[in-house]
Design a protein around this ligand. Sequence first.
Ligand code: NOJ
Ligand code: CA
Length: 520
Amino acid sequence: MAEWLDEALFYEVYPQSFCDSNADGIGDFKGLMGKLDYILSLGCNAIWMNPCFDSPFIDAGYDIRDYYRVAARYGTNEDLKELFKAVHEKGMHMILDLVPGHTSDECEWFKQSKKHERNKYTDRYVWSDDIWEGFESVSGVTGAIRGGTERPGTCATNFFNCQPALNYGFARKDPDKKWQQGVDEDGPRATVKEIEKVMDFWLSMGCDGFRVDMAHSLVKNDDGHLATIKLWQEMSGYLKERHPDAVMVSEWGEPEKALKAGFDMDFLLHFGPSHYLELFREDKPYFSAKGEGDISEFFELYVRNLKLTKDQGGLICIPSGNHDMRRMAKYLTDDEIKIAFMFLLTMPGVPFIYYGDELGMRYVEGLSSVEGGYERTGSRSPMAFDATANAGFSSAPEECLYIRQDESKSYINVETEEADPDSILNNVKELIGFRREHPALSNRADFSLVYCKKNEYPVVYGRSCDDEALLLIFNPAGRNEKLSDEVKELIKDKTVIFSMGDELSADTVPGKSAHVIMIK
Ligand code: NOJ
Ligand code: CA
């Protein structure tokens, strides 16, 4: 069991856009290495880095060409090893992105798999046996690669057209379609073994685990994901046996399934049933002062998931954002973001902060797509460190940057925010410090929902452990709200130990405020 997760607080780094050490306009390992102290200064002690492997970058590196080699633009395998070492020397951990569902169509495995003659890779991907036979009736497939191959068949894709689906077999097979292989057949088994080898390779080099891309997507025609869950139980079991301290966090969005599958934690995401988007995004975010949001459906499912996953450790991760969703600053003002962070950093589970969110970095509108980013490109602009050229991200000429720097709010950067006591950055640091001081706020401490009604503010929850019990009251709406009798009773004669916004009174919570009350 990876105990380091009890204290972990993650920072997500999109390597392209974080820090460029050699002035080629794109971030790299050495750049990140030079910023570890910054990440530590926030209070974060773990890093998730998006894919850094050899790739044609049609999907920003989620289209891997070689699973055993890093992309030259970030450095060498040796440089990454050095980075792991530097991370560990600072008492931090670092996980990589594992992409088990698909490769790039330039991957050698796929090239071999396209050949007419049978070979080791013939069954590495999901292929039909007829050039006109597609996957319309198959679930878990996004499209098809048809034509341009020696092999007289069609290959399933898992995301973009350049991402052929690796073959883990079919849970439900159509008896008339012999090309649909069972999960126990040789092709799917060899895929599993290869991905285990990939995990071993990087873990042995010093990586501390993986964020697993589209973890739900492996087995096709898998109703209820039962076969995929079984497969992950096997793969996570293999991993834990060899690397007991390694962790795996899934991009799944359904903690009950993911934790049963053996993941240490699962993300709530912009897709799936979690209602995550209703917190900080969409047209009526709960954390907006407009006060038109609803958090009740989010919490209904959250509480259910916490109960269901309790036996497995129940770590549900609520990220501030990620490289796939529009930044929260598109929807919330600076003050609203601060209250949103107070929520994120007082909830159970392992918090994940997407680089730049701690500054309130904007979603940059109107950018043309870079490396398959499309609407996601605006959330991937370079990190802003200071007021020097390109905001300290890179000393390359401006026109060479991977994505252009946000111009409209260029005063936002680490240096200016560090100097401003009211900045989002200092607020985030303070909140992380506060979380760390209070055992009741730690990742695995208990959670109870105290007051949460449909379309209503405030929302009130408790956090507790053996020695401490705290009550948290949030009223992000721009109007005062009365407290319920139950909450009034709970806070009577108790001390408010942390507040944002105006003071709490015995029966009213002011608009745009949030409070922590010491109960025990
Ligand atoms: C999810 C990743 O987060 C996203 O960036 C990527 O495009 C798809 N999976 C495909 O790998
Ligand atoms: Ca560089």
